[in-house]
Write a protein that binds this ligand. Structure first.
Ligand code: C5P
Length: 403
């Protein structure tokens, strides 16, 4: 997806620099050429040798090194890239960028570049929250500097909070979303539903299921990588929003249907969400109270709207390709084929979610793509790989007749 794209990766001095080594690998896996600049601070955390070995190029470190300038001046270095990525971006380099300071190769290249710049900040929470850093970030945002993260969590300094650099895969996906245009789905709109729904019993309790949203989120990201303009309608999940697409967050099935309808028109709809089949009819507006001696309350259920079946109805608003999922614990393929007919969708992706399959909440999936033309069974693979294959297959249907 990044074939032939050139990334200038600036590694500044934070412990998260070790993650940038993985980022180099991932970028190369996708076909990008990566050239690296290592600041003095960066070289305290990763060695120039490691960066050079991984990038397959020399590491640029010195502004006034004669060899560097002779081979590749800082101006050329900063312009001969499609994108400049600063990962990790320390509070110091962010401050220098905001102030326009050019006192080393990294900051000079950042001042000289005419290319888009993406920063992945990483620092201690107090440094992140400091008014100076926040003001610098606002300055950079106003200038169109792109940012990913930081996330919150355990920091290397032992504190907990905001400041953790985005994961290499997240940075990669953002880069792909920025540079990966021109894919086979460019100009096509897609809607993907993902995650569970929560059906409220009262203001504090709800009915839910074990869906993590991993598969649906991965599909949304994969479609975006192929150039589609994607709206991800997500139930409550703990996953980060995939970069480069629009995310609409909902709780209940009814809200999910509304959000999908609001996102129309689209040519592709993938319903990967594990939508609750029933909502609560007697939802209480106040928290239900335990009362000594009183019988436990009864929860009455009502059928939820079926988003997949509703959107599969023939009509002008029907997406050209509607893909549903069938999570089954028995008779997987028979149930999937029956579901294809019952729901009126074009394909069903059937997956086994029986106990021990590890599908719900897990990293891998074994799927069978059921279409009117037959069944395509894929070997067990990671959910990201399932997503990429499905997105490729979707892309290929737009080149020829629907299969
Ligand atoms: O009927 P069942 O829940 O097994 O169907 C699964 C498929 O239907 C999935 O694609 C799911 O996203 C979709 N679905 C839906 N709305 C519902 C129930 C299921 O879109 N209320």
């Amino acid at each position: 997806m990044l074939d032939g794209r050139r990334i200038l990766l600036i590694i500044s001095g934070g412990i998260a620099a070790y993650k940038s080594l993985e980022l180099i690998r991932r970028l190369q896996d996708r076909g990008a050429a990566v050239r690296c600049v290592l600041t003095k601070g960066g070289a305290q955390f990763v060695t120039p040798l490691a960066v050079a070995a991984l990038s397959g190029d020399k590491v640029y470190q010195e502004l006034f090194s004669l060899t560097d300038e002779a081979e590749m001046g800082h101006i050329r270095l900063s312009r001969e890239a499609d994108l400049v990525v600063v990962a990790p971006a320390t509070a110091n380099i962010i401050a220098k960028m905001a102030a326009g300071i050019a006192d080393d190769l990294a900051s000079t290249a950042l001042l000289a570049t005419d290319k888009p710049v993406l920063i992945a900040p990483a620092m201690n929470t107090m440094m992140w929250l400091h008014a100076a850093t926040q003001a610098n970030l606002a300055t950079l945002a106003a200038r169109g500097i792109l940012r990913i993260g930081p996330g919150a969590g355990d920091l290397a300094c032992g504190e907990v909070g905001a400041g953790r650099m985005a994961e290499p895969m997240e940075i990669l996906e953002r880069i792909e979303a920025l540079l990966g245009g021109g894919g086979p789905l460019t100009g096509r709109r897609a809607i993907v539903t993902s995650g569970p729904t929560h059906e409220a019993i009262d203001p504090v309790r709800y009915i839910a299921n074990r869906s993590s949203g991993r598969q649906g989120h991965a599909i949304a990201a994969a479609l975006a990588r192929l150039g589609a303009e994607v709206t991800l309608v997500s139930g409550p999940v703990v996953l980060a929003d995939p970069p480069g697409l629009q995310v609409v967050k909902v709780e209940s099935a009814a809200q999910m249907l509304d959000a999908v309808q609001a996102a129309l028109p689209a040519e592709i709809l993938v319903c990967a969400a594990a939508v609750a089949d029933w909502g609560v009819a007697n939802r209480a507006t106040e928290k239900r109270k335990k009362q000594a001696g009183a019988p436990p309350p009864t929860i009455e259920l009502v059928p939820n709207p079926d988003i997949l079946a509703t959107l599969s109805q023939p009509g002008p608003a029907r997406p050209r390709l509607v893909v549903g999922f069938a999570a089954e614990t028995e008779n997987l393929l028979d149930n999937a084929a029956a579901k294809l007919a019952r729901k009126g969708c074009d394909w069903i992706v059937a997956n086994d979610v029986s106990e021990g399959s590890g599908t719900f909440g897990g990293e891998a999936n074994t799927v069978h793509v059921v279409t009117p033309g037959g069944i395509d069974s894929w070997p067990r693979m990671g959910k990201d790989e399932v997503a990429d294959r499905l997105a490729d297959r979707i892309a290929s249907t737009f080149e020829g007749p629907l299969s």
